[in-house]
Design a protein. Structure first.
Length: 445
C-alpha cells in the first residue's frame, strides 16, 4: 500500500478492547463486509488455536494452540478482508488487550487490496463535508459556483479525487436548483443597480483605502466578539443555566432594535437590497450626511441613508451579532459580515462622492457597497476567493467589472485584520496569525 492509502485507511480503524478470556474470533466464522475483519494489535497477549478432526478429544475447547501474539504491530484476520475467507483459527485473549479493527468495505475502498485500484471509488469524510458545505452555500445564496469555491477553500479534503469534485459540483448545482424552484431563482441583489467601476486606475486608491478601513473594522469586530464572549461567560458563572444563555443574545438584539433600528435583525437579502437602493443617490453636501434620521424611519418611508446612519446601522449589527453568537443564538456568519460590510462600503462610497463633488472619477455607491460587503466577508470569515466569486454571483454577473476593486479591497482587509493588527496589538507572530485565520474559516463548518 502507498503512504496515501495508509493515511486514508487510518481514518476507518476502530478501537477494540478485550478482557482476559474474551474470544476475538472463532474458527470457521464468516465475516460480513461491514464487520471487523482485519485487526492490528496495540498491546496485550493473545493465543491462536486451530481445531482439526484428529484432535477433537485431545485438544481443548478451541483446538490446538499453534501461536501466541504479544505486544503491538501484529496483524490478525487478513484473509477475511483480502479473500473473503472464513476465519482460519480461533483467537483468545490471555490478558487485557487493545486492538484496532477495520472492516472489509473500508479496507477495499481505501485501496487496501489492489494498490489504489479501488481508490477512485472512495469518498473521504472530509469530502462529504465539503459537498455539504458547497450545497449549503449554493442553496443559501443561490450561488453554486461560490459554494464549490467555499468547499475547496475551507474544507480542503486530503487525498481527494475527481469523483469527490464531481460530487461537490452535483451537490451545489442540485441544492441551488431545488431552492430556485421554490423561490423563483435569479440573483440576490437588485438588478436595477449600477455596479460599474467608473474611475479607472486612479480610483483604485479609493478601493484600497476602503479595504484598509474594512480591515480595521473587522479587527474591531473580533474584539467586540471577545468582549461578548467574556460577558456571557461571566453571566454563566453566576449560575445561569446553559439553555437560558441564548436569551441574553435575544434581549440584546431587542434592545438594539428598539433603540436603533429593527434592521439589525436582518430579514435576508431584503436588508442588503435596502442598503443598495437607499444609498445610491447622493444629492446633498457633507452636512446632509451627518443625519441619524433615516436610521429610525420605517422601510416604506422612502428616505435615503446617510453616512452617519449607515455607520450607526453597522455598529448596531456588529454589537447585536457578537452577543448572539457568544450566547449560542447563532444565525450564521456570512450574512452578518455581508450586511456590516455593505453598510460600511455604502457609507464610504457616499463620502467619496460628496468629497469628489460628483466627479466622474468616483464609481457609484453601489460599487463601494459590494466591495465593502465582500471585503468584510473575507476578513471576518477567512474566505477571500469565495468572497470574490460570491460578489459576482449575487449581482448576477453585473458586478464583474468591479472584480479588480474587489480583489484589492479583499486582499488589504484580510491582511490588516488577520496579520498586521494582531501583530501590533497582541504580539501575534505572522505564522500564528495565519493559523488563526485558517481556523477562523474552518470554524464555519
Amino acid at each position: 500500500m502507498s503512504s496515501g492509502e495508509i493515511d486514508m485507511l487510518e481514518k476507518f480503524f476502530r478501537k477494540v478492547e478485550l478482557r482476559m478470556g474474551d474470544v476475538l474470533m472463532n474458527q470457521g466464522d464468516d465475516v460480513r463486509d461491514d464487520e471487523p475483519g482485519l485487526y492490528v494489535t496495540q498491546g496485550g497477549e493473545l493465543d491462536v488455536f486451530v481445531k482439526v478432526d484428529t484432535d477433537k478429544d485431545e485438544a481443548g475447547q478451541y483446538g490446538k494452540k499453534v501461536a501466541s501474539y504479544s505486544g503491538g504491530g501484529k496483524l490478525l484476520g487478513e484473509l477475511a478482508v483480502l479473500f473473503r475467507a472464513p476465519r482460519a483459527a480461533s483467537v483468545v485473549a490471555t490478558s487485557d488487550c487493545v486492538l484496532w479493527s477495520v472492516d472489509r468495505s473500508s479496507f477495499r475502498a481505501a485501496g487496501g487490496r489492489s494498490q489504489g485500484a479501488m481508490k477512485s471509488l472512495y469518498m473521504s469524510p472530509d469530502s462529504v463535508v465539503a459537498s455539504g458545505a458547497a450545497a449549503g452555500v449554493a442553496a443559501g445564496f443561490n450561488a453554486p459556483i461560490a459554494g464549490i469555491f467555499f468547499a475547496s477553500e475551507v474544507v480542503r479534503p486530503k487525498d481527494e479525487n475527481r469523483l469527490d469534485l464531481t460530487t461537490r459540483l452535483l451537490a451545489a448545482a442540485l441544492s441551488a436548483a431545488v431552492v430556485s424552484s421554490f423561490t423563483g431563482g435569479g440573483p440576490a441583489f437588485l438588478q436595477n443597480v449600477d455596479f460599474n467601476w467608473r474611475g479607472g486606475n486612479l480610483e483604485l486608491a479609493n478601493f484600497a483605502l476602503l479595504g484598509i478601513v474594512v480591515g480595521f473594522v473587522s479587527y474591531a469586530n473580533s474584539r467586540v466578539a471577545a468582549f461578548a464572549q467574556s460577558s456571557v461567560a461571566s453571566i454563566k458563572e453566576q449560575g445561569v443555566p446553559q439553555n437560558l444563555l441564548p436569551f441574553v443574545g435575544a434581549i440584546v438584539t431587542v434592545i438594539v432594535s428598539l433603540c436603533c433600528s429593527g434592521r439589525v435583525q436582518f430579514d435576508g437579502f431584503g436588508a442588503l437590497n435596502e442598503v443598495l437602493s437607499k444609498s445610491k443617490d447622493v444629492a446633498g453636501g457633507l452636512a446632509g450626511e451627518l443625519s441619524f434620521q433615516p436610521l429610525f424611519e420605517s422601510r416604506d418611508a422612502g428616505l435615503t441613508f446617510t453616512v452617519v446612519s449607515l455607520l450607526g446601522l453597522m455598529l448596531s449589527k456588529i454589537f447585536a451579532t457578537a452577543f448572539c453568537q457568544a450566547s449560542g443564538l447563532v444565525g450564521g456568519a456570512f450574512a452578518p459580515a455581508l450586511f456590516t460590510g455593505a453598510c460600511l462600503g455604502a457609507a464610504f462610497g457616499r463620502l467619496a462622492a460628496v468629497l469628489a463633488g460628483g466627479a466622474a472619477l468616483v464609481s457609484t455607491t453601489s460599487t463601494y457597497t459590494v466591495v465593502g460587503a465582500s471585503s468584510m466577508l473575507a476578513a471576518n470569515c477567512g474566505v477571500p476567493v469565495t468572497s470574490v466569486v460570491l460578489a459576482v454571483e449575487l449581482a448576477g454577473g453585473s458586478s464583474y467589472e468591479a472584480t479588480l476593486p474587489l480583489i484589492i479591497g479583499i486582499a488589504l482587509a484580510t491582511y490588516i485584520s488577520s496579520v498586521l493588527l494582531p501583530g501590533l496589538f497582541e504580539g501575534v507572530s505572522r505564522e500564528d496569525s495565519l493559523k488563526r485565520y485558517e481556523q477562523q474559516a474552518e470554524d464555519l463548518v
